[in-house]
Design a protein around this ligand. Structure first.
Ligand SMILES: [Zn+2]
Length: 108
């Protein structure tokens, strides 16, 4: 069950495409395939969209192009990611609260 409408989920899904500029403005980025949240600077692989719309980021953890940056205004909460996963992948999305905190991957 989720509390999100199809419109909300579809809007969020659009942010997973040609999202390089958004991700580069984001602090955090989430993947709704493997349901992780990580610093947006970890996204290093990009796929150019054929129609010239821009580049789409790939998840550094699972390699799927299902990323949403927080600069999009989309709430990167566990329940929202689970709802996205259920709509678009229906995969196992075992979210642990700890996984949704920024990890120590920042190497400042
Ligand atoms: Zn992922």
């Amino acid at each position: 069950m989720n509390n999100y409408s199809d419109v909300e989920l579809e809007t969020a899904h659009k942010h997973s495409l040609a999202n390089r500029k958004t991700i580069q403005k984001s602090e955090q980025c989430s993947c709704f395939y493997c349901c992780c949240v990580f610093p947006a600077t970890m996204v290093e692989q990009w796929l150019s969209e054929a129609n010239g719309q821009g580049d789409t980021g790939w998840c550094p953890r699972c390699g799927v192009d299902s990323l949403i940056g927080d600069a999009s205004g989309i709430p990167l909460t566990p329940s929202f990611l689970a709802a996205m996963n259920g709509k678009y992948f229906d995969a196992d999305c075992a979210i642990e609260a700890d996984e949704l905190k920024p990890t120590s991957l920042h190497s400042s």
